[in-house]
Write a protein that binds this ligand. Structure first.
Ligand code: SF4
Length: 73
């Protein structure tokens, strides 16, 4: 699983890291967001649910979850 933050869509208002500060953080002075954990397990249902919740709350639909096989590597 890979979590992608589309920097072209992200407007930097920070809802994602307000909801899940352990998973997302601002990566620049404009508040654009980045995803923190590396090497996520696709089997971690709790983590997937947390990311999905944040993704659903991003007004710009900037956060996507890639669960494809190539994203497992
Ligand atoms: S909620 Fe979405 S648009 Fe806002 S900072 Fe996070 S990723 Fe960017």
């Amino acid at each position: 699983m890979k979590v992608l933050v589309d920097q072209d869509r992200c407007q930097g208002h920070g809802r994602c890291y307000a909801i899940e500060p352990d998973l997302f953080e601002p990566v620049d002075d404009d508040g654009h967001s980045g995803f923190l954990p590396d090497g996520l397990s696709a089997n971690d249902a709790d983590l997937l649910a947390r990311v999905a919740e944040v993704s659903a709350n991003c007004p710009e639909q900037a956060i996507t979850i890639d669960e494809s096989e190539s994203a497992q590597r």
